[in-house]
Design a protein around this ligand. Structure first.
Ligand code: BES
Ligand code: MN
Ligand code: ZN
Length: 521
């Protein structure tokens, strides 16, 4: 897929399809109006007949629009003009791309990207249009004997910007959008791969390859090295499986100075979670191949950051293994000693994510991190609490939580700040060890985060529970690539702060001309 940025009139585009917006109650956007004028009211005639009322997400493809040089014009409903915001903008782009895939047009110029969106500038619009387009066109058909037709249609999409002077910002947005979109694709591909292909070793080799292509460092630790580090909590989960565990460590040195404190991402890499001896019920157990989506998103964000050449030091750490039942497997009641020295009574072997993450959190202390963010499909309870809309967000530092939720908000990949209060820690008491690995049925997402917090005391830390947001079930089954956009935005914001860029509403903004600022709302 090829993307371009352009400024120019819609009636002069010699392409298979020109995409323009129509607001609700049939009000034409600037681009739609230009086409209407040149065609002597052809567009407004169609609209008057009532087939396109401008409802958000509706589309109508017109052929042979008089005097226009394109083969087709696609009208896209935008909803009410005064309600047209970030969310509506993304939805309009998404429906236009879906509708485009239904036609045989392989080239299009979209004028949706020049629409004004509250609180956002051209760079953001182009970035988001790119991300949404790549996301919408994504297919995972590697294991189909015959590849799906749908994704083959569109070859080239040109995104329009309002003025020639916006071209540079458009290009910047495009570069960012491509980096984020490709990072999401990596996360989705890894997530969608079945457990028999995406094993801990496979994940490690993919990471190694990734680092090589990005000019980053990779270190892959196998069982003997993991043992030498004393990661017995991590190893206790790996015990039941024939697949060997891996600790994946990637390092990208983008800051001016290698001594600058690195930001650290930690991803849960359980390539299949059967529950272990505390075996899960059979229904939907196949979806536990997605239990490495935390790892996948960390790798995706790492790739995007390195591709964008963000001026910061970034380290990605992924503990990876399978959670399986066998004669050699971890058992309920077993007591293990984590790398930190704290002992854990394992009451449920299905609470394995925290057992591999706690050792990774201890391991990263050696980097003196600026902050650590772990990402994990950690608890079914988080899905009960927040559904499939918001990622659960916990932190031992409120300011860090605010940064992360603001980043998610900016790119439509939202997280919700959950409590990590002392009172919840009680629930992890064990009569025999320093703590149990579960806190009972109530508040399961919170107690899981509480467990992790005990290993993250020496640095600023946040935890993202993506159990509800990393993949979709049902007819649209597949990995979502979340929270790659949130992570990349967060890292970009951190890089901006380091460069001394403007900070507004608690989060930094890339420089924006005064006149374009819009403080309404
Ligand atoms: N990987 C699961 C969490 C999960 C379950 C994510 C369903 C998405 C959908 C995790 O390892 C797990 O099994 N957690 C248990 C914890 C419980 C035993 C305290 C859970 O949530 O049931
Ligand atoms: Mn589990
Ligand atoms: Zn799990």
């Amino acid at each position: 897929m090829e993307f371009n940025i352009k400024s120019g009139s819609p009636e002069k585009q010699r392409v298979a399809c020109v995409i323009v917006g129509v607001y609700e109650t049939r009000k034409l956007t600037l681009a739609a109006d230009l086409l209407d004028r040149i065609s002597n009211g052809f567009v407004s005639d169609v609209i008057r007949r009532g087939d396109m009322e401008g409802k958000l997400g509706s589309t109508l493809v017109l052929h042979s629009v008089p005097h226009a040089l394109c083969d087709r014009v696609m009208l896209v409903g935008l909803g009410k003009e005064r309600d047209f915001r970030a969310k509506e903008y993304r939805e309009a782009i998404r429906s236009s791309i879906k509708a485009l895939a239904q036609t045989s047009a392989n080239e299009a110029v979209s004028y949706l990207s020049e629409l004004p969106v509250k609180k956002h500038e051209v760079e953001w619009s182009v970035e988001q249009a790119t991300v949404v387009t790549l996301d919408t066109l994504y297919r995972f058909d590697r294991f189909k004997s015959r590849q799906d037709e749908a994704s083959r249609g569109l070859r080239k999409l040109t995104l329009a910007v309002p003025r020639r002077s916006d071209l540079a910002d458009g290009e910047k947005g495009l570069a960012r959008g491509l980096a984020i979109g490709n990072g999401m694709k990596l996360a989705k591909d890894l997530g969608n791969l079945p457990g028999n292909v995406c094993t801990p070793d496979y994940l490690a080799e993919q990471a190694r390859e990734l680092a090589k292509n990005l000019g980053a460092e990779a270190e892959i630790l196998a069982r003997p090295e993991i043992e030498a580090l004393g990661m017995h909590s991590f190893l206790s989960v790996a015990k039941g499986s024939l697949e060997a565990p891996r600790l994946i460590v990637l390092k990208y040195w983008g800051a001016k100075d290698k001594s600058e404190a690195p930001l650290v991402l930690v991803g849960k890499g359980i390539t299949f979670d059967s529950g272990g001896i505390s075996l899960k019920p059979g229904e939907s157990m196949d979806e536990m191949k997605y239990d490495m989506c935390g790892a996948a998103s960390v790798l995706g964000a790492f790739q995007a950051s390195a591709e964008m050449k963000l001026p910061l030091n970034l380290i990605a750490v992924v503990p990876s293994c399978e959670n399986m039942p066998s004669a050699g497997a971890l058992k309920p009641g077993d007591i293990i000693t984590s790398m930190s020295g704290q002992t854990i009574e394992v009451l449920n072997t299905d609470a394995e994510g925290r057992l591999i993450l706690c050792d990774a959190l201890t391991y990263v202390e050696r980097f003196n991190p600026g902050c650590v963010v772990d990402v994990a499909t950690l608890t079914g309870a988080c899905v009960v609490a927040l559904g499939h809309i918001a990622t659960g967000l916990y932190s031992n530092q409120d300011a860090l939580a605010r940064e992360l939720s603001a980043a998610g908000e900016e790119v439509g990949d939202r997280a919700w700040h959950m409590p990590l209060w002392e009172e919840y820690q009680e629930l992890l008491k064990s009569p025999f060890a320093d703590m149990a690995n579960i806190g009972g049925r109530m508040g399961g997402s919170v107690t899981a985060a509480c467990f992790l917090s005990r290993y993250a005391k020496s640095y600023d830390w946040a935890h993202l529970d993506i159990a509800g947001t990393a993949w979709k079930s049902g007819k649209d089954k597949g990995a979502t690539g979340r929270p790659v956009p949130l992570l990349v935005q967060f890292l970009q914001d951190r890089a901006d702060i380091a460069l001394g860029n403007v900070v507004r509403r608690g989060r930094p903004r890339r420089e924006v001309p005064e006149a374009a600022e819009d403080d309404a709302d």
